[in-house]
Each structure stands twice: as structure tokens, then as C-alpha cells.
Design a protein around this ligand. Structure first.
Ligand SMILES: *Cc1c(COP(=O)(O)O)cnc(C)c1O
Length: 711
């Protein structure tokens, strides 16, 4: 993921260029020389500026994956605050222009507030707010293709109220429709018709991480730019434009331009963002100021009438002001979000490259036609369901399994697309949610199938067969019941599966039992087939099933623990060994150091008494974070630097104590590793779990509650 951490200085630099293009729109630099030249610069070239800002906002804001709506709310709040400040800033100008004394002040004010801006340039801010919300909603609801279709239609409707208005004007009924649109918003280049498509495009480019090669992007840009140029000139020539912000070819032009800009990678130039914003906000004020100064100094012929000089002066003053404000702003450290990175007391460190690696390895180990069903129950075995599930969705995993309906719904809310199978029990009264979120319910036994069917709402289900595990499922020999289930009207049985109870063992006795389970399952399937029932997708194996019975050709393998790169126990013998890599490590900070004299006790129950003068380090992590309390009393160890130290005394809910007397140079602020992300380490998840008399699965899934996650 290291490439992701690099930033996009191209975007930052282009912000300044775009801001200066906006200034050009409002000053017409070439007007003294050529009217056509001015049209080309301000009505065609400079029309890329605002869509660029929308695309950029969309790129950083819009995603089909979202933990919740907090990002959108933050964007709306921030833009709203800037808008409010800008309205106040221009209040004197509004007063001077008798803005508040106009006849229909209130309706006009509301209209300006929502669409047109209270000053001519301010329309961009409400358009950002409306455009962002519209794009967010559409992408989350419809995904990109359909969101692009909807915003594309909006854009086309907008076009005919803008550059293409000449085609609409003669048609009476369309004319009337547009007339009523213009009652509400002076132009169609607003947050409803114009902005959303660029926000959606920005999000799409961000989510779809494939990049167009630079040569192609440059070509695409030039071709679409010249098409837009021709389009603009023609519309201008025939006098069809009511306004001149929207062109057909502006959309592909911006798409390619943005891809070109993304090719510049490196350090972020964050300050430029503020500078561009200040240029944009202040330049109309600077224009007024220059005009006033020119009048007072009797230099109008040079400073105002000479359009290029006028433009350059406005730019210089605006940039100077903006740089000054940026300086003040950064000195005050009015940074937009509180710094959290690197402040965690204890955390899970995620290696997402390893997760991706494991997916490739597991897929390769499966027979052709068999799909990986990623088991992401219990916060993806403690790794965090959001981060894990969206990465798997991104790289094309199409089937997921969870334990509960709540977990399934959450995956949908995060933006996960594929099939989601609930492995456990769901109260049948929640059938509507199963349908609404397109979840697949496991039929845990015959009675359950009957009552789910009785709800009368058609839902997808997988039938679970008990072949000897005796946990859930309809008995493998209950053929009559199974057949009845297949005939139930409201149940769409799209899968049938069983679970192996001893697939981790290679003992002949256990292998024989497992084979019996497998045979029972297939015998049932064969019998159903013979009786004319269409056999749905079949699956049997979980992680160990894949390791030890790789020859089974099922439709899915339900991979849990293997996906996270570890085995359940440290010395599992398996038929097949795969190159899996652990996805997480658990770390905590040393928050307190103390020298404890010989004979003193440390912690609850006075369970540990020092046998010598001891250096004791307190780490800010405990069983409340999922560290097994069974590791108390020197059973567990912690790695600090490259050295190991025993956990002493009883592990508390929020802290644990480590004896670092034999270590050198341990200090407050040092980082201790409790679970390492290497299988060779004595602190690998299987070894730590074994020390606590458990298995990796339990150790990992208990980590999900409180620990922060870093990458
Ligand atoms: C949890 C679970 C799995 C995943 O098991 P792993 O051993 O972690 O791969 C598979 N199937 C069912 C029914 C489960 O409950």
C-alpha cells in the first residue's frame, strides 16, 4: 500500500492554476485584444476550472465504501462554514448594491443561498454541497454505472438550459419547463444538474484504482479538449448559448485531464489547497479594490481598460493576499481534523498486502470453478470487518460469510456487493431485512425452514446438512424433510452445505470420519438429483478442509482463519501447506516505568512478588482489548525492541506489567509487541493462543472490540 501513502502534488498545483482561471472568467484578460480570444480563454479553456474542483472533492470524498456518513457530514459542515464566512465577507458589497432592498428579497435570497450564491462567484459553494450529497447518495444506492447514468441525464438536462439553450427555446413546452427551472435557479450550472457528475467521476476514479497510462490520458485529454473547443465555437457562432458553462465534451475532457494530473506523485503540497481557496474567495473583492484604486488614481485606462494588465494585477494581489492568509492560517494551526495518527495506546497493525496475498494463494489452491467465500464474522476475526471486507470486495471476492444478520447488514452498509451468507441463526421475524439487504440465510434445521417459509416473503437460503458434526443442520438421512424444504414456496434454496468436525486432523481414524461426512453429504445430493431436484451450489470445506481435502471440487470454500494468514494451532500438520502470511500484529505502548524493590508485589492479588530489585514496564493493553488473561504469570511474553520480556502478575482489563530488568534501554513511549505478524516469531498468533490454551481463531476474534487499527 506504500504507493497509496504518496500523494498527488499534481492536484495541489492544478488548484492554483484553476483558481487563476476562475479569476480570468471574471476579468476577461484578452478582451482588449480579441473578443474571440477572450471567448476561447474564459468560456472554453477556463470552464475546466470548476469541474476540476468538483472532481477533486469527489476523488477524496465519494466512495462506494463508507463506514458511515461522517465523511460527508464533515465535508458539508466545512463547506457550509466557508460559505457562511464568504456570505459575511461580501455583505458590505451586497449592501452597497441594495441587495437587501430588492422587491422579492426573501424568495430571491433563498434561491441564491441554495443555488446561485449571494455573490456571483459564490454559487460554487452551495453547488459543492448539493453536488456532494447527491453524488454520495446515488453512488451508495446505485453504484457507479447507474449513478453515472443518472448524473449524466441531469447533466444533459442542464446542457439544454445552458450552452444548448438555443435548441430548446423555440419549442414551447420545453421552453416552459426550463422557464420554471429558471424561477428556482438562474442557471442550470448548479449543484443539481452540473456538479453531481463530476463528484461521481471523482469517486469512481478513486475507487477504481486502475490508472490510464499517461500517454493515453494525454491523448484522451487533447482529443476531447479539441472536440469541446469545436463544440464551444460552433454553439457560439450560431448564438445558441444562454450561458456557457456546460459542454458535452467537458465531461470526457475533465476525466482525462484528471488522470493526467494524477500521474504526478510525490509529497503533498497541502498549503496550496488553502491558497487556492483564498484566491477564489477574495478575487471579486480585489477586482472591486483595483477598480476603486484606478478611479481614485485616475489610472482607469491602464488598470481597468487594459484587460491583461487588469487581470495580472488582480492575480498578483489575490495571490499575495491568499499566501498571507495561508501563512496566518497554518500558524494558527487551524487544521481541519484532530491528529489521531500515532496516538493510540494500543493497536492492531494491519498488513493489507498480506491479506491480498492470502486471497491469491487460497484461490490458486482451489480447484477451477470453486470460489472463495471469505468468512468475515466477528469483525473479520478481529481485524475489522470494514477494512477487510471492502478490500476483499475491491479485489473481486464475490462471496462472504458472516455469523449474524447484523454483521450482514453492516457489510451491505459498508458497500459490499457480493453474496452474503449468514452461517448462524436469524429470528424469522427479520425476514424483511434478509430480503432488503439481499442476505442469504442458513436453514439451521427443518423446523426453522418451516417457520421461515411461513413468513411468506421470498428469501434466499442455503440448506445446512448435519453429516456428523451435530451442531446445526437437517440430518443427512432425513431425505423426506430435505425434499419438503426444497419445495417450500418462499425459500429460494441456492446452496447446500455441511461442516466438517475433524478436518484438521490427519489421524487415520479422524480422516475416516471426515470421509464419512463427505460421503454422506454427496450421497444425499445424489439422491436428491435422482429424485429430480435441481442441485444448488454445494460447499463443505473451511480452511482446514481446503488444506487437508484439496481434491474436493465444491462450489465454495468457506475460508476464515486461513484468510488471515495463520493456522489455528502452531503445529498443525496439513496435507497441503500454503504460503500464508499473517495480516495483523498487536502492539501497545510502554506508558509507565518503575523500579520495584525486591519483595514487593505487582498488580491484583499480589500474585507476582519481585525476587530482586526489578524494572517493571506497564503497557497500556489488557484483557479488555482481547489479550487473554491466561497469559498472566510469566506465561506470556512481550517483545520490546528485539528483546523478549515476561508478562508478570495478573493481566488487568486495561494494562499489563512486564518485567524488563534483563532488557536494556526500555523507556516510556517504547512499543511492545504482544502478537507478531510473522509465523516464525515466538509471538505468532498460533503460539500466543496455544500458550493461553486456546486457538488463533479465538485469540484473533477477541481483539475486535476496542483496539484501534493502523496500517
Ligand atoms: C466460522 C466458520 C467457517 C470458517 O472456518 P475457518 O476454520 O476459520 O476457516 C466455515 N464454516 C462455518 C460454518 C463456520 O461457522
Amino acid at each position: 500500500m506504500s504507493t497509496e501513502k504518496k500523494s498527488y502534488p499534481g492536484i495541489d498545483c492544478f488548484r492554483i492554476l484553476a483558481a487563476l482561471l476562475v479569476v480570468a472568467i471574471h476579468t476577461s484578460p484578452l478582451l482588449s485584444f480579441s473578443e474571440t480570444g477572450d471567448f476561447i480563454l474564459t468560456r472554453i479553456v477556463a470552464r475546466t476550472a470548476v469541474p476540476f474542483f468538483f472532481l477533486t472533492s469527489g476523488f477524496f470524498l465519494i466512495s462506494r465504501y463508507a463506514y458511515d456518513g461522517a465523511r460527508l457530514r464533515r465535508f458539508e459542515k466545512k463547506t457550509g462554514l466557508i460559505y457562511g464566512a464568504a456570505i459575511l465577507l461580501y455583505l458590505p458589497v451586497n449592501l452597497y448594491n441594495h441587495y437587501f432592498a430588492s422587491e422579492y428579497f426573501l424568495p430571491n435570497f433563498i434561491k441564491d443561498l441554495v443555488f446561485d450564491g449571494t455573490m456571483y462567484h459564490l454559487w460554487y459553494l452551495p453547488a459543492s454541497m448539493l453536488g456532494a450529497a447527491t453524488a454520495w447518495y446515488l453512488v451508495r444506492r446505485l453504484d457507479y454505472q447507474r449513478a453515472l447514468a443518472v448524473t449524466g441525464v441531469l447533466y444533459i438536462v442542464g446542457l439544454f438550459g445552458d450552452s444548448y439553450y438555443g435548441f430548446v427555446e423555440p419549442i414551447t413546452f420545453l421552453n416552459k419547463i426550463y422557464a420554471s427551472v429558471f424561477q428556482i435557479s438562474d442557471y442550470t450550472r448548479n449543484g443539481f444538474f452540473f456538479a453531481p457528475i463530476f463528484f461521481v467521476l471523482g469517486g469512481w476514479i478513486a475507487d477504481d484504482r486502475r490508472r490510464i497510462r499517461v500517454g493515453k490520458a494525454v491523448c484522451g485529454f487533447f482529443v476531447s479538449f479539441f472536440l469541446m473547443f469545436g463544440e464551444g465555437m460552433l454553439l457560439h457562432h450560431f448564438g445558441l448559448q444562454r450561458h456557457d458553462s456546460m459542454y458535452f465534451f467537458l465531461v470526457p475532457c475533465m476525466f482525462f485531464l484528471f488522470h493526467v494530473i494524477l500521474h504526478f506523485r510525490g509529497r503533498r503540497l497541502q498549503q496550496l489547497r488553502m491558497t487556492a481557496l483564498f484566491i477564489y474567495l477574495i478575487h471579486p473583492m480585489v477586482i472591486l479594490f483595483v477598480r476603486l484604486a484606478a478611479k481614485v488614481l485616475h489610472r482607469q485606462s491602464l488598470l481597468v481598460d487594459q484587460s491583461l494588465v487588469h487581470y495580472i494585477i488582480v492575480c498578483i494581489l489575490s495571490v499575495a493576499f491568499a499566501l498571507g492568509m495561508t501563512g496566518i492560517w497554518s500558524r494558527w494551526k487551524l487544521s481541519d481534523s484532530p491528529k489521531r495518527k500515532g496516538t493510540e495506546r494500543a493497536w492492531i497493525e494491519m498488513n493489507r498486502d498480506n491479506l491480498e496475498h492470502n486471497v491469491h494463494v487460497l484461490r490458486k489452491a482451489m480447484p477451477i470453478g470453486c470460489e472463495l467465500m471469505a468468512v468475515v464474522k466477528t469483525e473479520a476475526y478481529g481485524h475489522g470487518a470494514f477494512a477487510v471486507a471492502i478490500q476483499l470486495d475491491r479485489i473481486g471476492v464475490k462471496a462472504f460469510a458472516v455469523a449474524t444478520i447484523a454483521e450482514g447488514i453492516r457489510l451491505r452498509k459498508y458497500g459490499v456487493r457480493g453474496e452474503i451468507l449468514i452461517l448462524g441463526y436469524t429470528d424469522v421475524s427479520r425476514v424483511k431485512e434478509l430480503k432488503k439487504y439481499d442476505l442469504i440465510q442458513t436453514l439451521v434445521d427443518y423446523q426453522y425452514a418451516v417457520s421461515l417459509n411461513r413468513q411468506g416473503i421470498s428469501v434466499k437460503a442455503h440448506l445446512k446438512i448435519d453429516t456428523g458434526m451435530h451442531r446445526l443442520g437437517v440430518g443427512y438421512d432425513s431425505v423426506t424433510e430435505v425434499k419438503k424444504i426444497y419445495r417450500m414456496k418462499s425459500l429460494q434454496i441456492c446452496g447446500m452445505y455441511t461442516h466438517l468436525s475433524r478436518s484438521d486432523s490427519l489421524e487415520p481414524e479422524d480422516v475416516a470420519f471426515t470421509k464419512k461426512q463427505i460421503d454422506r453429504f454427496y450421497a444425499l445430493a445424489d439422491q436428491l438429483k435422482a429424485d429430480g431436484i435441481a442441485i444448488p451450489k454445494l460447499h463443505i470445506q473451511s480452511s482446514y478442509g481446503l488444506f487437508n481435502y484439496p481434491q474436493l471440487a465444491c462450489d465454495y470454500v468457506r475460508c476464515g482463519i486461513a484468510l488471515y494468514g495463520v493456522l489455528s494451532t502452531p503445529d498443525s500438520d496439513t496435507v497441503r501447506t500454503l504460503d500464508l502470511r499473517p495480516v495483523l500484529s498487536v502492539k501497545a505502548r510502554v506508558i509507565h516505568m518503575q523500579t520495584i524493590p525486591k519483595g514487593e508485589s505487582v498488580g491484583y492479588g499480589r500474585a507476582f512478588v519481585t525476587e530482586r530489585d526489578s524494572e517493571i514496564a506497564i503497557l497500556s493493553v489488557g484483557y479488555g482489548d482481547g489479550i487473554p488473561r491466561n497469559l498472566s504469570g510469566s506465561i506470556g511474553r512481550v517483545m520490546i525492541g528485539m528483546q523478549y520480556a515476561p508478562i508478570v502478575g495478573r493481566i488487568c482489563m486495561d494494562q499489563l506489567a512486564v518485567d524488563v530488568t534483563d532488557l536494556t534501554g526500555v523507556a516510556v513511549g517504547d512499543i511492545g509487541t504482544i502478537v507478531a505478524d510473522s509465523l516464525d516469531s515466538p509471538l505468532s498468533a498460533p503460539k500466543v493462543a496455544a500458550a493461553a490454551q486456546s486457538i488463533s481463531n479465538e485469540l484473533l476474534c477477541r481483539l475486535g472490540a476496542r483496539l484501534g487499527k493502523v496500517e
